[in-house]
Design a protein around this ligand. Structure first.
Ligand code: NAG
Ligand code: NAG
Ligand code: NAG
Ligand code: NAG
Length: 365
């Protein structure tokens, strides 16, 4: 069977050299990319969930219109940040883990889920971070079976682990606790960071060494936030952004602490909060015409119901050129914005990404 499938691969590789590597031992400089998190990074996992959860709307037009030409489950008109990172790292676009096709885990895979949070109580029905970790453990098992423990460990140690998570925990909290005291807020942030730290320690214990974070964005400045709170006018909602800032300070502290405690642990934090905030406030500086309203949606700032909402029947408008906009829908950026953000994550200067950028984590610098 082995030699038959090998012969098959030799024949196929003449036609299509990249489709037949299977899980054979990767080259020393080949590095996998494992992606964890929320809708900002979900490449289509939520399509495979049972029940109508967030991100289900992304299977409808006009999501995907710019690059893929059809909806893929990504909440944007085109590629997301991790798609660009994969391209910069010379990897294929990493497929959603739940996609029922054969996976080549030596390249990595995408576990992110729209609506997903760090805490298990955030948006039940989505894939929360602890569940994403359990999927990752299944991948580790599969790599060990195919490559043996030693080679699998090498793959896991060389890999980069890219995260965007926390936003949904803070959206939920600010909706449920509009007037939380500062000490209650701190307690909640502590719980999110505590659970996140446990996940990072587990990834480390399985071999993971290179962790990259996009920090929490200016959550109060989403067009959806303005559409839901008409009294705000063009202002941002204060509470969600304040939570994001608390989270970001705590995240920076905990990663620094982990680096000092865990031999070989390296990390990168991209200041998404300010990189996106800058584009929202000064769009023309970055080549955009509009930083406040979404390209696709209904209501104030087109902040809701791109694609017609959950059952596809809500009215919405669609701009003619998404590349003129920072936001594609009420909560998610366009492919052009995603490309700029990914370029900063990959090779940005220390004032936007540090202590390493992701290119350095991949060892390409
Ligand atoms: C969805 O439901 C089917 C049938 O009950 C089950 O086999 C599958 O594992 C479920 N998928 C997820 C992602 O929970
Ligand atoms: C929260 O505080 C605002 C004023 O700061 C008040 O208008 C509002 O009713 C309060 N909301 C709740 C749920 O207590
Ligand atoms: C993790 O979150 C749960 C709530 O889902 C909380 O009870 C627990 O204390 C948190 N763990 C840590 C280490 O913070
Ligand atoms: C579908 O859309 C209609 C019209 O807006 C709305 O009244 C209804 O609640 C929606 N149904 C579901 C299941 O979301």
């Amino acid at each position: 069977m082995g030699s038959l499938s090998h012969l098959f691969c030799v024949l196929v590789s003449l036609l299509d050299p990249i489709s037949c590597h299977g899980e054979s031992k990767p080259e020393e400089d080949h590095k996998a990319l494992f992606i964890f998190g929320d809708s900002l990074f979900d490449a289509g996992n939520n399509q495979y969930l049972n029940g109508s959860v967030e991100g289900g709307g992304a299977i409808s037009w006009p999501y995907g219109e710019t690059f893929f030409k059809h909806p893929t489950g990504r909440l944007s008109d085109g590629r997301l940040v991790p798609d660009f990172i994969a391209q910069f790292a010379k990897l294929p676009l990493l497929p959603p883990y739940l996609q029922p096709t054969e996976h080549r885990f030596t390249d990595g895979v995408n576990f992110a889920s729209a609506g997903g949070g760090v805490l298990v109580q955030t948006h039940p029905g989505t894939i929360n971070l602890p569940t994403q970790l359990s999927y990752f453990k299944t991948v580790v098992k599969s790599l060990r079976q195919k490559l043996g423990d030693v080679e699998a460990k090498k793959v896991l140690m060389r890999a980069v682990y890219l995260f965007s998570v926390g936003g949904n925990d803070y959206f939920s909290f600010s909706l449920e606790n509009p007037n939380a005291t500062q000490s209650y807020r701190r307690q909640y942030v502590g719980m999110v960071i505590g659970n996140l730290t446990s996940v990072l320690k587990e990834i480390y214990s399985l071999g993971g060494r290179k962790i990259a974070f996009q920090n929490a964005g200016p959550l109060g400045c989403l067009p959806s936030m303005k559409a839901r709170n008409p009294h705000l006018g063009s202002e941002c909602a204060k509470e969600p952004s304040a939570l994001a800032r608390l989270h970001n300070r705590a995240l920076a502290e905990v990663l620094k602490k982990l680096e000092s405690k865990l031999p070989g642990f390296k990390y990168s934090i991209f200041d998404y909060y300010n990189a996106l905030g800058g584009r929202v406030n000064y769009p023309s500086k970055y080549g955009f015409e509009n930083g406040k309203a979404a390209c696709c949606g209904g209501g104030a700032y087109r902040g809701m119901n791109c694609g017609g909402g959950r059952n596809g029947t809500e009215p919405y408008e669609l701009c003619s050129d998404p590349s003129e906009y920072v936001w594609f829908d009420g909560g998610h950026t366009t492919e052009s914005a995603n490309r700029q953000l990914a370029e900063l994550i990959w090779s940005g200067a220390p004032n936007v990404v540090g202590p390493y950028n992701v290119k350095q984590l991949f060892g390409h610098a």
